[in-house]
Each structure stands twice: as C-alpha cells, then as structure tokens.
Design a protein around this ligand. Structure first.
Ligand SMILES: [Zn+2]
Length: 395
C-alpha cells in the first residue's frame, strides 16, 4: 500500500490550501460578488493525494474490476493538563473505496483526497459526502501528525501504510497572561489561551507553519507610570484613559510598561528575538462612546509584542468589545511573519473576505468555508521565502 502525490509515492503530505492566486488551482469561483466552491476543487488542488494498494489476492475476478475498502485516519500527540504528551486520534477518519485500475491488474486506487486543518473545512460536504462517512475525501490533521491507511488482505490480515504531515517552519511564541491584583486570577484563563492557540494552529497549518509555545507564564501588572499612562487592570482594562478613546500611542506606552521595554528595537533586533511575546491582559482600552475595543489585537513589531483583547470568541460568534475573533491571533502573528507590514486593504468583494490578512467585516465571523481563515499560495511564498526569512523566532 502506498500514498501518492501526483502519481509519485510519498511519505510526506501537506495540508491543502483552498485559495490560490492561480485561478486554475483556486477552490473558489467568483461570479460578481458571489463566491462558491468549485465542484472539482479537490481534483485541481496541488496538495491532493491518493492511496494505492497492489494486492493480487484481492483480484477475485480477472474479468471485472473489483472494489476494496481501506480505513483512513490521522493521529498524533496531544498534551495533557499535566504537560505529558500522549498519542491520540486527530480525526477518527472514514472508509474509502479503492477501484481496481483495470481488469485483472490487482492494483486498486482511490479518488483524489485532501487533508484539511480546520473543523469547518472537514465538515464541508466535499463531493456531497457527509464527514467521516464512506468516501469522505477530506481528513483533518495537525502538523506533525501521521496519516494511516489500513486494509485487510485475502488472509484477513491488516496491512497498513502511512505518511507524515511535517511542519515546514516553526514559529516560536511566548504566552504572558496578566493577573488581577485583587484575586490574583488570570484575566484570560489557560483554557481560553489553549483555544486561541488551537484556532491559530488550524489556520497556519495551511502553509506548513507550526506554532510552538516556548513558555507560558502569569504576570502581575506593573505600577510604573509613563507620561501619565499607567496600567489599570482591576477596572475596565488596560489604560488610565479607559473612559476616553485610546490611541495606538497609549497602547504602545502600556505595552512598554508591561514589558519594561522602553525603546523600540531595530529591525535587526526583532529578527534576533528568540520568541514573539503574546500578552493577554484584560481588555484593550475601550472607546466608551462606541462601546468598542481599540482593536481585537495589536501587533507591535518593533517591541516584539502582540497584545490581545480579552479571550477568544468561538468561530461564528461576535468578537468585540470584550473578546477577539478566532482569526485575530493568527492575523497579528501574520504581521510579524510579513516583517511588520500592515496590510489592511478594505474588502471590495466576497473573495477578499476570505483573505486572512485583509480585514473584511471582522466583527462577525460567519464560520463557513468562505470565511477569513484562508491563507493563499501568495501568502505562503511571501512568508516562507521572503519576509519571514531570517527571523530567529521563525525557523
Ligand atoms: Zn492587523
């Protein structure tokens, strides 16, 4: 039994991107402002794969083509609350039929299959087939997982083949959760941080980038006052200006107080950091009039720091004002991977809303396959081979 990419046997598979700059590889078609999934989107995807079994024992009739069934599943390591890694299933998988290539060949091959990294993509009825039912062409994986295919031969012995889903690059982040000084409790709890990392990993797996947590710590708030700005975490949020509109300058000052970092780094200094520091304070300062957060999150590239507003909202739920969206952390880390470049072009059509680095209607995320979770083949090239290169936190 072998796993193939483009007729060639392989031990390495990739999570499929559905969105490519090349129209011929794009999973979506665009008609005016309407976007839909192409019927053949799996067959045109560059990361599609097939499973092939060569077993003449299952060639029960030389004058016809037989069909056999294999079982597909993905598994990897999961961390427990005690920090121990234990093996487990990422996707319990499904049975897939393999058809004999021609009469009497003894070779059986599957239709094109696709690995996906998000639950929503996995639940999409690709080829009209319900998830985890017979011939479902999508299997959910995480980076570093193994895809296993098994079948029973004529002697009823189980035979299996496998391929890995290795990470291309690893992105190192440090997690800093601020504590409420009164109760000494985390404003954003461990479970919320874990969920945030889960969504972020789902998104970056599309371009082979594995998010690794270098450290996770609790922090007390600083009592330092800088230019009249201080942290006020026991109340609404982060700023002494909590009842006024907060500017990026205030957020940057608060970040300096929090991190104890008074001057910006040079770009070379940012490239030399071991890790991107992600801070989870209470809420970023609100604009009291509008009742909205300053932002769902902020990437301060020259401070090596990402600030997040409150805990993460579930996909499909409204993000603000006291939570950020499920794509926000990936979006802010994306600013680092693009070497600090801010790309916030307004969306002009439905297709642009599926672009992670472009803000569409970001307050409400609809949780469909058309949603803003997509990274494109152009993003992949820019991040892996151009702007992300040379950063120590991106290996
Ligand atoms: Zn942004």
């Amino acid at each position: 039994m072998r796993v193939e990419r483009g007729e060639t046997v392989t031990t390495k598979l990739k999570v499929a991107k559905w969105y490519s700059k090349q129209a011929s590889e794009n999973a979506f078609s665009l008609t005016g402002g309407d976007v839909s999934v192409k019927g053949n989107f799996i067959d045109i995807n560059p990361d599609r794969y097939k499973v092939r079994v060569t077993d003449n024992g299952l060639n029960s009739d030389p004058n016809s083509k037989q069909t056999i069934k294999i079982k597909l599943k993905s598994l990897g390591l999961f961390s427990t609350t005690g920090g121990v890694w234990v093996p487990g299933l990422t996707d319990r998988g499904q049975e897939v039929e393999l058809k004999e290539t021609e009469n009497n060949s003894g070779q059986f091959v599957s239709a094109n299959l696709l690995l996906v990294s998000t639950t929503t993509d996995n639940k999409f009825r690709a080829r009209g087939i319900a998830p985890n039912s017979l011939n479902d062409p999508t299997l959910k994986v995480r980076l570093s997982d193994v895809v296993i295919a098994t079948y029973r031969n004529a002697a009823n012995q189980e035979v299996s083949g496998a391929a890995g889903v290795p990470a291309t690059r690893k992105l190192a982040v440090g997690i800093n959760q601020l504590l409420n000084n009164v109760g000494n409790r985390q404003y954003v709890k461990n479970a919320d941080v874990a969920l945030d990392l889960y969504y972020t990993r789902e998104i970056f797996a599309q371009i082979g980038v594995q998010v690794d947590v270098s450290y996770q710590q609790n922090l007390r708030q600083s009592t330092t006052v800088l230019d009249g700005v201080r942290m006020d975490l026991d109340r609404d949020g982060l700023s002494v200006y909590e009842k006024e509109f907060a500017s990026p300058v205030v957020i940057a000052k608060e970040t300096r107080i929090m991190t104890g970092q008074w001057v910006n780094l040079t770009p070379a200094g940012v490239r030399g950091l071991d890790v991107i520091s992600v801070y989870f304070p209470n809420f970023l300062t609100t604009d009291a009039t509008a009742g909205r957060p300053f932002a769902e999150g902020v990437a301060l590239y020259l401070l090596g720091t990402v600030m997040m507003n409150g805990p993460v909202a579930a996909p499909g739920a409204e993000a603000g004002p006291k939570a950020h969206g499920y794509v926000t952390l990936a979006h802010e880390l994306g600013h680092f991977l693009l070497a600090g470049i801010v790309l916030h072009a307004p969306s002009t059509n439905a297709m642009q809303k599926v672009h992670l680095m472009v803000e569409g209607d970001s307050a409400v995320e609809a949780n469909t396959v058309f949603d803003s979770r997509r990274l494109t083949s152009a993003d992949e090239r820019e991040i892996l081979f151009w702007r992300g290169k040379g950063h120590k936190w991106f290996k």
